[in-house]
Design a binder for this molecule. Structure first.
Ligand SMILES: *Cc1c(COP(=O)(O)O)cnc(C)c1O
Ligand SMILES: [Zn+2]
Length: 379
């Protein structure tokens, strides 16, 4: 196993941490930690990738150095979708194990947690994260404790239960579920797998950035339109781009990063509009796109910094807009899109009419999950 990880650092204060122990957030300020790798150009010659396995673990030199707990996640298709825009593409994450890109994060995080000795894993989930943790914990032979809002889409609840997780339904939102876990975890001996409260879910999700670059032959898109809840995928892709630049694979140009949120839960859009670096808790959060029902994100400042640094944008769409766009993707492309995926198409059209997206732009929309999980909203 190559061991290219050199340590970790706090995304806020820069404090350094050693690899090799179970870590959560920064001891000083409770902000997210990021893993660092040896990124000298000899770390990974991108030419070797063509002979590697067809999963996100093909980028193993820039992944945590542990035996992968894998169900075949990653290397999802990037479909040219000219019915929507001349150079528009859809990266279809619905074909991941557990039918969403949460599989990437959980594959990485469960692999490290198991390797470093955790046995009982807990996660708050608005939907897909719970099923993904349950599946990877099952594969790893670890316990999973999943806390979900009681009105989470039924498929997500049943999925986690079938994988043998201890599922608890909470009368509240994902942040209430997180608070419940924080109360119980020490007495129960649980390791908290909340996104960006442990350092490795983002390592799995960043592989979307590597895959995009590889599929586009080491050019990046002009615009990436991403449905942001906790924002882990968006900031993960930025981390991947920075790593690739340091290895000499790409130059310093970045796609404009666009965060799409639901009108009923838009803390990042509100902070973006108000010029704030941190987002306030969004009151009365509601949307059928359960992955976007995140009223407060620990990585808010990382996401807002990335959007601003790339001259990106943050925009809302309504639930009827995203659901109708999800059905349009399904009927015109054969991809059974989640409402979150539909949200990116609805947002990209708004951005086109505003002139933010230009006709010649190479645009990538992320369909982060499958419509199969959202039967209530799509029926
Ligand atoms: C979790 C989730 C999101 C939001 O992902 P983040 O990377 O946490 O912003 C978007 N879409 C779906 C389908 C999800 O499950
Ligand atoms: Zn810190």
């Amino acid at each position: 196993m190559p061991r290219m990880i050199t340590g970790l650092h706090c995304t806020f204060c820069g404090r350094q941490y050693e690899y090799g122990q179970l870590l959560t957030v920064c001891e000083e300020d409770s902000r997210p930690l990021y893993a660092d790798y040896d990124l000298s150009p000899s770390t990974l010659d991108r030419a070797v990738l063509k002979d590697r396995e067809n999963s996100m673990w093909r980028y193993r030199e820039v992944m945590p150095p542990v035996p992968p707990i894998s169900l075949g996640e990653g290397m999802t298709p990037l479909y040219h979708s000219p019915m929507f825009g001349e150079r528009w593409y859809i990266k279809d994450e619905s074909v991941n194990p557990t039918a969403s890109f949460k599989a990437r994060g959980m594959s990485a995080a469960v692999s490290v947690a198991k390797h470093l000795g955790a046995t009982k894993l807990a996660v708050p989930s608005a939907g897909n994260a719970g099923g993904a943790l349950a599946a990877y914990a099952a594969k790893a032979g670890l316990e999973a404790h999943v806390f979900m809002p009681a009105d989470t889409p039924k498929a997500c609840i049943v999925e986690a239960q079938c994988h043998g997780a201890d599922v608890r339904l909470i009368d509240g939102l994902i942040n209430d579920c997180a608070a419940e876990i924080a109360k119980l975890r020490d007495q129960e001996g649980w390791f908290d797998m909340s996104t960006l409260k442990e350092p490795y879910r983002v390592e799995g999700k960043k592989t979307m950035g590597y895959e995009l670059a590889e599929a586009l032959e080491w050019r990046l898109p002009d615009v990436i339109v991403y449905p942001a809840g906790g924002g882990t995928g968006l900031v993960g892709m930025m981390k991947a781009f920075d790593e690739m630049e340091r290895m000499g694979w790409i130059d310093g140009r970045r796609p404009k990063m666009v965060a799409v949120q639901a009108e009923g839960c838009a803390p990042i859009v509100t902070a973006f509009d108000q010029g704030q670096r941190f987002a306030e808790l969004f009151p009365n959060a509601h949307t059928a796109a359960s992955g976007l029902r995140v009223p407060k994100a620990v990585g808010d400042f990382i996401m807002l910094d990335a959007i601003r640094a790339t001259q990106g944008f943050a925009i809302t769409v309504t639930d009827p807009e995203m659901i109708s766009a999800a059905k349009e993707i399904a009927s015109k492309t054969g991809i059974f899109a989640a409402p979150e995926g539909g949200a990116t198409l609805a947002a990209a059209r708004k951005l086109t009419s505003r002139g933010f997206i230009q006709p010649q732009d190479l645009v990538v929309l992320f369909n982060t999950g499958s419509g199969v999980k959202y039967i209530e909203a799509l029926a």
